[in-house]
Write a protein that binds this ligand. Structure first.
Ligand code: ADP
Ligand code: ASP
Ligand code: MG
Length: 495
């Protein structure tokens, strides 16, 4: 049994859908027990969300324009694949009804002047609900047995509507009850990615890019042999190809490495995708819909191939918050109080670094959370601030984290030094650094303006493009290097 997930570009227009149909046919010939999970057409989820937000602000024109785009794009592809007139009429009716639903919801948002997370979840999930029935029809037109299934019937979540957390047991039971009878008849279920529902059937979504997670959840629920993520690049690459044009596809990654890359911004996989797969040890393949002969990347529990540094990624739109002051030294509980104050704001911290003198703690978090967190910290430490034991909490915006990932870094000396040399030689300043105790990730906080250059220099320094020597055997650093050796959690402000 296998689950095949197709991303937005794989279903973005008739030509792409034809390619997706080809891949499904080929895969189903290999294993007739195949489940297809699909995203919305590329750009559709953005359009739905933009329209809803504009409606909230009183702009009704935006959703009226979007209505035309949605009708045009979906009817076009339906007509391109479905020759049978009855089926085309039925499908056209479904498309019209979904788009009317979109319009009614946006109108309600405009009247109320308020867009709740619950409302946004319904609207943002319409793209998958529009496209999946069309893909099912396109597969049938190709002679395959396929049936549309709404993931609201399969994936059961909590009511954190915009980024809902699945309830695994309920999801497993619902998925098996609904999909196994189809699979037994060798019917391919074509399931909406991204969307889910609470136990009461209220629509939720799994967070932006969440269709990968949907694929993995269904794969785990069905004890699939493989989860395939079909996208528009040749697998997980050594870096974002938009930054590093000669980034190379990695044949193999561990779950841990893939999760680190995804968490730190490699868009190719949703960060939670690996979780259900790890639980059941299911391999994830990342493959190119437009180059199906290429094997892509296999994500598994343990990898055999070396390479100290495998890949790097960058996450943008961050702020560095520093809590500093002489009064912090030797005072127990400062870190606990700091992060309790951060947690109270529901913010998640991406990186933490503390100076060994204990005079400062700095951490990095998403820009949008900064104001709340800073206010929360000033309140938590109001007494210390008044007594001047702690200086004000400072926030530095326009920060990025460049994460360097590879399990082989563990026990390979000189990685950090090589990293700092690569940046130092080009005059790029590292603001803070942290290394996880797993040693499979070194995170560097840098100014946003330096991000792309840093990624390119590091990619070159470790020869990740694989020109000539491979980085498994890179020579030890020369001893003249001015770069400091990294210690865990060392703060390098001004280094
Ligand atoms: P899909 O619509 O198939 O889900 P996404 O746009 O979500 O595709 O993810 C694929 C894109 O991720 C690629 O086109 C590429 O631009 C980007 N990307 C960023 N980092 C990486 C990386 N390390 N490896 C591969 N792709 C990456
Ligand atoms: N369509 C959704 C999004 O754009 C989910 C996905 O593509 O994975 O976020
Ligand atoms: Mg995606």
């Amino acid at each position: 049994m296998q689950v095949l997930k197709f991303g937005g570009t794989s279903v973005g227009n008739a030509k792409a859908i034809a390619q997706t149909v080809f891949v499904v046919a080929e895969q189903a010939a290999r294993d007739p027990h195949t489940v297809v999970v699909t995203s919305a057409m590329s750009g559709v989820t953005d359009l739905l969300i933009d329209s809803a937000r504009a409606a909230e602000a009183g702009d009704r024109q935006r959703y009226r324009d979007a209505r035309q785009t949605l009708l045009g794009r979906h009817h076009d592809v339906a007509e391109a694949f479905v020759g049978d007139l009855d089926e085309l009429n039925r499908l056209g009716g479904e498309i019209d009804e979904r788009v009317r639903e979109f319009e009614r919801l946006c109108m309600a948002v405009a009247i109320l002047g308020e867009l709740t997370d619950r409302g946004l979840a319904v609207i943002s999930g319409l793209g998958e609900r529009l496209l999946a029935p069309i893909l099912a029809a396109a597969l049938r037109a190709r002679g395959l047995r396929a049936e549309f299934v709404d993931a609201g019937e399969l994936i059961v979540t909590d009511d954190n509507f915009a980024s809902a957390a699945p309830q695994m047991e309920a999801t497993r039971a619902a998925t098996r009850a609904r999909l196994l009878p189809l699979l037994e008849q060798e019917i391919i279920p074509v399931v909406t990615g991204f969307v889910a529902a609470t136990p009461n059937g209220i629509p939720t979504v799994l967070g932006r890019g969440g269709s990968d997670y949907s694929g993995a959840l269904l794969g785990a629920a069905l004890d699939a042999d493989e989860i395939q993520i079909w996208t528009d690049v040749d697998g997980v690459l050594t870096a974002d190809p938009r930054i590093v044009p000669d980034a190379r596809s990695l044949p193999e990654l561990s779950y841990n490495e893939a999760a680190e890359l995804a968490y730190f911004g490699a868009k190719v996989l949703h960060p939670k995708t690996m979780l259900p797969a790890i639980d059941r040890g299911i391999p994830i393949s990342v493959r190119n819909t437009f180059n199906p002969a290429f094997p892509g990347t296999r994500v598994v529990a343990r990898t055999s191939n070396g390479g100290a540094v495998k890949a790097l990624t960058v996450i943008r739109g961050l702020t560095l918050v520093t809590v500093a002051g002489r009064g912090m030294m030797g005072v127990p509980g400062i870190a606990a109080r700091t992060f309790a104050a951060v947690a109270a704001q529901g913010a998640s911290v991406l990186m933490i670094s503390q100076a060994s003198s204990e005079q400062s703690i700095c951490f990095v978090l998403p820009e949008g959370d900064t104001a709340r967190v800073a206010a929360g910290l000033e309140e938590a430490f109001s007494v210390e601030i008044r007594r001047r034991l702690i200086d004000r909490v400072t926030c530095e915006s326009d920060i990025v984290i460049v994460a360097v990932v590879g399990e082989g870094m563990k026990g390979t000396p000189g990685i950090a030094a090589r990293l700092f040399s690569a940046l130092g030689e080009h005059g790029l300043n590292v603001i803070a650094v942290a290394q996880g105790s797993s040693e499979s990730n070194i995170s560097l906080a840098l100014a946003a303006a330096d991000a792309d250059a840093a990624v390119r220099y590091i990619h070159d320094a470790f020869n990740l493009a694989g020109k000539g020597n491979c980085n498994t055997q890179y020579p030890m650093l020369n001893t003249h290097s001015a770069a400091p050796a990294a210690t865990k959690g060392m703060s390098l402000r001004g280094a």
